[in-house]
Design a protein around this ligand. Structure first.
Ligand code: SF4
Length: 96
C-alpha cells in the first residue's frame, strides 16, 4: 500500500488533534489509523472526568471510562485520518 500524498507532504506543528471527552468512547479507531502514534486510549483522569457534562459522565460509566489522549500531539501531520475514523465524531484538528 502506498503512502497517501497528504502524509508524504505533511508537516508537524501546524495543527493538533483535540478530543472531546464528552463524545469519546475510547474505541481505538484513532489509535488504529494514526500513522504517527499520536493517540493513547486509557482511563480518563479524575480532573478530566470532573469536567464532563452530566450526560458525558453517564456515557463514561457505560464505556468503562476509557478515552483517547494525545501524548504525541506534536507529531500530528494534519492528515485527518483520525477525524474521519472516529465513530463518535470526537476529534477535531486545531491550528497551533
Ligand atoms: S490528523 Fe493524522 S497525524 Fe494527526 S493525529 Fe490524526 S491521524 Fe494522526
Amino acid at each position: 500500500m502506498s503512502t497517501p500524498k497528504c502524509l508524504e507532504e505533511g508537516r508537524t506543528g501546524l495543527v493538533v488533534p483535540i478530543v472531546d471527552f464528552n463524545r469519546c468512547e475510547g474505541k481505538d479507531a484513532c489509535v488504529a489509523v494514526c500513522p504517527y502514534n499520536v493517540f493513547e486510549v486509557r482511563k480518563i483522569d479524575r480532573s478530566d472526568y470532573r469536567e464532563l457534562s452530566f450526560v458525558g459522565k453517564i456515557k463514561s460509566h457505560v464505556h468503562g471510562g476509557m478515552v483517547a489522549y494525545t501524548p504525541h500531539a506534536d507529531q500530528c501531520r494534519a492528515c485527518g485520518l483520525c477525524v474521519k475514523a472516529c465513530p463518535e465524531r470526537a476529534i477535531k484538528l486545531v491550528k497551533v
